[in-house]
Design a protein around this ligand. Structure first.
Ligand code: P53
Length: 495
């Protein structure tokens, strides 16, 4: 039988701290944005909650640093709301059980993130929090017990809330040094347990989603581009220090790999599409992979009236901290056009003109395995770096049958198609070295805060109101993935 993937290919799954761990206020952990963010749905937003300067509770639509709370207000956990990330799926207490299940599936890699606020509760504390360091040490040791390679995201949208409240988040240059110090501590601490590090999860979201759903004020562009400049610097400086701590470390970027297509063959659409790739994908990738801003960067800054504050030594720092591996998430493609259309995609974090050749998930995300092959081939051609697909999955409603089984053939079909697309890209010359499916165990959705938007091959008994036993249960996809990983043969994909 033909082997589909090279020997040593890393197979596994991925989660993020704030969506899985829960235990939001245990063992000295500081707060992060999702702790003050309520749950939403596909068509109702998540809210960020606060107490205003007169002591009155309030909420504002949105999350992350884009949710602007009023002057003088403080982020706050309020009594009358449910915050799904507080408990999440309790990975913090159940990681041994979960990693055992991952090992049963045959994982050779497990992607997870370290919560900065478990290590430095306020981001800038004098000393790291020992309980936080101990927790991740035991998680990594547990992985090693099963020969599972940890693939560690250092930041997964979870800047300590104190830094956001007091310093206004990443537009403030001080965060660069705080982040680098945090990296230095975890690199030293885990240098013998972790080899693969990803500096910033979906770093490009800051500009990609900024104006995807409508116009935003000029200051928002200024803040977004300055934020990115600081994150590029933080990433590059951390990589340089990491290599001094352990020369065997391998560093990856992490790009939200939404694949853009021209909506029509009108040359204006083709050009618009190219510009979208520059803004949404290449802007970040070029800096992190090539160590310099692309030739089109000035056009983007000028278009949005952005004056970037670049200090002496910054450009050199960017050159000195480029990545070893290009990693990305892949969920959907998006059609862009200069023409008016009333056939638009309406989903969360999904936009553009409907693609008549594709079907869409219940959350409005275009299902397009060929888009994954396209992204892999296009990016490999540009950078010629080893690549990892570090997120890919289908958020879907699952039904638990009377006997407890979950027949998620739609999810199996989704992954089968995407794995075949990866095999095709490899056959066409792409150096793809890993695949970690997203939300390998059901976790809280980042976009909507829902539990019922499930990605896992392992079901977790927990609903959107926080009710459930948290019991883990393999879905049909669990056994299917186990078979694919065991044989690594084309036949397993055909079944
Ligand atoms: P959820 C939007 C579009 C594509 C990927 O997303 C995105 C987002 C933000 O929601 O984020 C990544 O949970 C992210 C994960 C997230 C996953 O995609 O909204 O790295 O944290 O859970 C899936 O369905």
């Amino acid at each position: 039988m033909t082997k589909v993937f090279p020997d040593g290919f890393l197979w596994g799954g991925a989660i993020a701290a704030n969506q899985a761990e829960g235990a939001y206020n245990e063992d000295g952990r500081g707060l992060v944005q999702t702790d003050v963010t309520t749950g939403g749905t596909v068509d109702s937003p998540r809210y960020t909650t606060f107490i205003d300067k007169d002591g009155k509770p309030g909420k504002v639509g949105g999350m992350g640093h884009t949710a602007k709370i009023p002057e003088g207000a403080k982020f706050a956990v309020l009594d009358d709301y449910y915050y799904p990330n507080h408990k999440a799926v309790d990975f913090y207490h159940r990681y041994k059980e979960d990693i055992k299940l991952f090992a049963e599936m045959g994982y050779s890699v497990f992607r997870l993130s370290i919560s900065w606020a478990r290590i430095f509760p306020n981001g800038y504390d004098e000393k790291p929090n020992q309980a936080g360091l101990d927790f991740y040490r035991s998680v990594f040791e547990e992985c090693r017990k099963y020969n599972i390679e940890p693939l560690v995201s250092i930041w997964h949208f979870d800047t300590p809330l104190t830094l956001e409240q007091e310093l206004g988040c990443w537009a403030n240059r001080k965060l660069v040094d705080y982040y680098v110090r945090y990296c230095q501590v975890i690199f030293e601490e885990y240098k013998d347990l972790v080899k693969y590090w990803l500096t910033f999860n979906e770093i490009n979201n800051t500009i990609m989603f900024l104006d995807m759903f409508g116009e935003v004020p000029q200051e928002a562009y200024q803040e977004a581009y300055q934020t990115l400049h600081h994150q590029f610097l933080a990433s590059a400086k951390a990589i340089k220090i990491g290599r001094q701590i352990n020369p065997n470390f391998q560093f990856g970027n992490m790009i939200c790999g939404i694949t853009f297509y021209p909506g029509t063959c009108d040359p204006a659409d083709v050009l618009l599409n190219e510009h979208k790739w520059q803004q949404n994908i290449f802007y970040c990738s070029d800096v992190q992979a090539k160590g310099r801003y692309g030739s089109y960067a000035k056009r983007l800054w000028d278009e949005h009236g952005v004056v970037l504050d670049i200090e002496d030594g910054d450009l050199e720092a960017l050159r000195e901290g480029t990545i070893d591996i290009y990693t990305f998430s892949y969920y959907m493609t998006n059609n862009v056009t200069t023409h008016d259309s009333d056939d638009l995609v309406a989903g969360n974090f999904s936009a553009g003109v409907r693609n008549p050749y594709l079907t869409y998930s219940d959350w409005g995300w275009a299902l397009d395995p060929t888009g994954l092959q396209y992204f892999l081939e296009k990016i490999y051609d540009r950078y010629e770096l080893p690549m990892m697909v570090v997120e890919n999955g289908l958020g879907a409603f699952d039904t638990v049958e009377e006997d407890g089984s979950i027949h998620d053939d739609y999810r199996i079909d989704y992954h089968r198609q995407h794995i075949k697309a990866m095999a095709q890209a490899i056959a066409n010359g792409v150096d793809l070295i890993a695949y970690t499916t997203w939300g390998c165990i059901d976790i809280v959705s980042a976009g909507t805060g829902e539990m019922r938007k499930r990605y896992g091959f392992i079901y977790v008994d927990m609903d959107d109101q926080g009710q459930g036993t948290l019991e883990r249960r393999p879905k049909d996809s669990f056994y299917w993935y186990q078979k694919v990983l065991a044989s690594n043969e084309q036949s397993a994909l055909e079944e």
